[in-house]
Design a protein around this ligand. Structure first.
Ligand SMILES: Nc1ncnc2c1ncn2[C@@H]1O[C@H](COP(=O)(O)OP(=O)(O)OP(=O)(O)O)[C@@H](O)[C@H]1O
Ligand SMILES: Nc1ncnc2c1ncn2[C@@H]1O[C@H](COP(=O)(O)OP(=O)(O)OP(=O)(O)O)[C@@H](O)[C@H]1O
Ligand SMILES: [Mg+2]
Ligand SMILES: [Mg+2]
Lengths: 255, 255
């Protein structure tokens, strides 16, 4: 049974793309065949795994509108057990036209049901807007993972993300659940520590136990276009993402 | 003569909203009457100045579609000389329908020409997508300011921002110029320092001299809903944004 995770947040720069690439790498290493999907027209996640989005002739965009078949779009990565459906700039114009396509919400779900059956995990990166691309990811997912920084702007935007999740649950995907993931936690000073206490109280049931700390190795690995688990295997963030992968496996087994 | 600055970048979390609120406050303090405009449906900039976007009955959204007049939407802030056109959640659905509105690109420009003549500066916040709202801001602006972190994902997205600026220049606003602003510069370690050297060489003519450092007082002021220049007057980032305001004044005088 394939388990699909959609990684979303309207707030920009909270670590969505970093989480999809790094969590995907950890699941591939320790759990089973994993597919990461880049639904962000900016293509950050695609480039973080070593590809150049603007050179991708075939991307998830052509798959969504039925111009390409899955086998021609999916690519292997530098990691065994990890494949990618890459993004490219075409995704921007596709996202604008999807609205007028009846049943667009189910496009990704149907593609994954038909072609991703032999993957244990699928992890989908979303852009920082709650538009059509995010809706197709949430309709396809069993879990919406919401990376969030311990900062006011990130937390303020959570309400509208929850609204979209509830709307998706009632319209296209009744099984959708969600979990928050704290990212870029800065242990220096009290600012983040105080907010973490508030978040643990306020969102207790929905919060992943794993916390991802601030780690400059993340940035260096993205500059190199190499997954963090290869670039800096024993870095703090790589360990924390491995813990997150284990926590997710246990969470899914309990379902 | 009113000078309009649009603050934009497709990359999320680079400091767009922080720059509009803080630069707006500095221009109001040291230069003249300033209007900040929140074109981001998430409303971060509106809340950073102490308002609650979801409580704003009237916002820039109703102004753009002609349902409200300027005088009923504009609000004063806790700072003298600084007014705001706030955002609210309606902006999300407006942004989707603007595409089909002939000449939508000129809506904000025309509103500012008609009603903002007695402001010296107008600074506009944009969402992290290059859609209709960003296009209306770039059409109204003399300068596109692009805050960018010294990180691969931020720099990678610059090409598509430049493309949109060039497109706007040829279609709706021939006078548009652009400048990059380095934000959240982390002086610890070599990672940012090395990239700053590269950026200074690669984008030399387009780079503002002022650099905004990483400063946790920024986050604390946003949690408090108070402009940084009031919340932590002598903080490093407040000083750097004041320097930026001075640099802009000199830049505009040279034009
Ligand atoms: N744990 C971490 N430690 C340090 N830096 C990090 C960490 N996670 C992410 N970053 C950096 O923070 C920035 C934002 O991360 P990322 O691009 O993954 O966020 P995003 O939510 O995908 O952004 P967008 O909204 O633009 O899609 C990137 O430059 C990335 O390198
Ligand atoms: N100079 C700074 N020092 C420390 N933190 C900062 C600084 N500037 C911005 N931040 C923090 O970084 C985060 C991102 O900033 P901000 O929300 O202004 O970016 P943005 O580009 O407007 O994001 P979005 O793409 O979501 O609109 C915020 O939590 C903010 O508090
Ligand atoms: Mg991203
Ligand atoms: Mg913003």
């Amino acid at each position: 049974m394939t388990y699909v995770i959609g990684v979303t947040h309207q707030k920009g720069g909270v670590g969505k793309s970093t989480t999809v690439a790094t969590l995907g790498a950890c699941l591939a290493e320790q759990s089973g065949r994993t597919l990461v999907v880049d639904l962000d027209p900016s293509g950050n996640m695609t480039s973080g795994l070593g590809y150049h989005p603007e050179e991708m002739e075939k991307s998830i965009a052509s798959l969504l509108v039925g111009q390409e078949v899955f086998a021609n779009v999916v690519k292997s990565t530098s990691l065994q057990n990890l494949d990618i459906l890459p993004s490219n700039p075409d995704l921007l114009s596709i996202s604008r036209h999807l609205f007028s396509y009846k049943g667009y919400e189910f496009l990704l779900r149907d593609i994954l049901r038909r072609h991703a059956g032999n993957y244990k995990w699928v992890v989908v990166d979303c852009p920082p807007t709650l538009g059509t691309l995010t809706i197709t990811a949430l309709t396809a997912a069993q879990l919406a993972m919401i990376p969030t920084q311990l900062e006011f702007y990130s937390l303020q935007a959570l309400d509208v993300v929850f609204k979209l999740i509830n709307m998706t649950r009632s319209k296209t995907n009744p099984r959708l659940r969600y979990r928050l993931l704290v990212t870029m936690y800065d242990r220096r000073g009290r600012f983040h520590t105080d907010i973490l206490t508030y978040v643990r109280q306020h969102y207790s049931k929905a919060l992943m136990e794993s916390v991802i700390g601030f780690d400059t190795k993340v940035r260096a690995s993205q500059l190199a276009g190499v997954p963090l688990t290869m670039y800096a295997r024993s870095s703090r963030a790589a360990k924390q993402y491995r813990e997150l992968a284990q926590e997710l496996e246990a969470y899914v087994e309990r379902q």
